[in-house]
Design a protein around this ligand. Sequence first.
Ligand code: C2E
Ligand code: MG
Ligand code: MG
Ligand code: MG
Length: 274
Amino acid sequence: PRAKASQNNIAFYDPNHHSAMQRQLDVEQRLRIALEQQLLQVFLQPKVSLDSGIAVGYEALLRWADPVLGFVSPVEFIKVAECMGLATSIDRYVLRTVFKNLKRSSEVNATVLPIAVNITSSHFGEPSLVDYIIDLSDSMAVPLELIDLEVTEGVLLDMGEQVQKNLKKLRERGVKVSIDDFGTGYSSLSYIRKLAVDAIKIDKSFVDDMQNETGCQLVAAIVAIANAVNLDVIAEGIEHQEQRDTLLNLGCRLGQGFLYAKPEFIETVLFNND
Ligand code: C2E
Ligand code: MG
Ligand code: MG
Ligand code: MG
């Protein structure tokens, strides 16, 4: 029918579609420059023990304030970086920055807490991942126990031998691995037995849904799954005291969120708190 055909034509010239493509090109172009000029900054957000509120570690999160594009979310630029084949370089930049700061921190601070780095799924299937991390640890004299990794369920798209090998080697060396955004990746539950990981992170969307009874039951079920397979469980995006109380009641003992702290520049977190 004619109406449909013309709709299709209109869709082809959709100005939103055009600007989305233009945006991706802009982000690509600026991202290359940002990497060269080191415009990406590493921030840290604490992971806390929910009963005491005391930090037990941190998560590294990238921030990009571009002079041309303004603030660009990591959700957007990591996706673009993956398309450009730059994701591994970005992960490595974060790893180097974190190791450098851990080294300095252990020179001036009595206690040094572990820092978790988000690893892009495709990178987690690369043979070079583990050696890169071991080399950094050796050259900086920073123990591998101070580095954790987070990876989303997307890693299952490449549940190849290399992912298993990397996991095995990492855990032998004391590097803990968490499954990020657990439950959002439409993956089967059986992988959780096969993947030798240490913890699962409950996505913020589930924490938000705890205002409904069904949402609470869902989080209870996730905690039960974690317990059943002997994994730690940590809740993301806690903004309210009631969420913290409910999580503790459901048996979730670790969390992150604006209730405790927003991500802040790594040097401010590690060196400016007296
Ligand atoms: P993620 O790893 O699940 O990180 C949690 C996100 O939730 C972060 O957003 C954090 O700032 C935000 N968040 C934490 N607590 C709260 C809260 O209480 N309320 C709200 N509204 N948000 C909260 P961010 O930094 O924008 O990062 C988004 C995603 O981008 C991350 O999700 C991660 O998948 C990716 N990402 C960030 N940094 C890196 C990186 O260095 N490397 C890689 N590969 N991915 C990264
Ligand atoms: Mg994460
Ligand atoms: Mg997460
Ligand atoms: Mg998340």
